[in-house]
Design a protein around this ligand. Sequence first.
Ligand SMILES: [Zn+2]
Ligand SMILES: [Zn+2]
Length: 214
Amino acid sequence: DPINNRKQHLTDSHRIEVIKNHRQWEKTTLDEKHNPFYKTISTTVKPRVKQQSDKLLIGLKPITLREMNSRKDHVYTGCVLSVTIIEETLSWIPSIHLVVEDENFDCERMLIYGISKEEGEYLISKLYTVGKKIHIINPYLRIGANDMKPSIRVDDISSIVMQSKSEWILNMCRYCCEADASKFCGKCKQANYCSKECQTMDWKLYNHKLICKS
Ligand SMILES: [Zn+2]
Ligand SMILES: [Zn+2]
């Protein structure tokens, strides 16, 4: 039963750690943004973000997170990793931090580097947001130099192919990742939930308060 299977994964210790660490990163970054010395680069011009064709995927071997060695720096050449974005970001400096989930409901941190100042704001607010599905070509599992933790690292966004709009999870619940969650966090009005239970679990388990700003 896929629904029960997903529910079991929501309390997985690695998932909790990855999501909480991401939100802690977001909080730290936001606090810096409110610091007047933080140099924000705003742009008024909509950038020309090159959209990749899914023809690029032909001949690539599908791979999942559990098939990648989470203790070894390695580029999986000839493979494609297909994931849903389940945590988004408000900052693209120095890199875009996301959390992604694959078809087995396994999740991992994802870092995107090499963002130009023209496209940064557009990428984080319009493209790489919660519920979007992407393919990552030749995924690179990178062990963090400081924290020694794994992440999926992208150095060139041309290796990301957006899945078609019909695949996206619209109004995704921030706890259970189901679509069409119609309730909101009353404080930040940014987080969707399908029920009071999901909201409570997101607060308790994944520390929603770190990213809850009114
Ligand atoms: Zn839910
Ligand atoms: Zn909130």
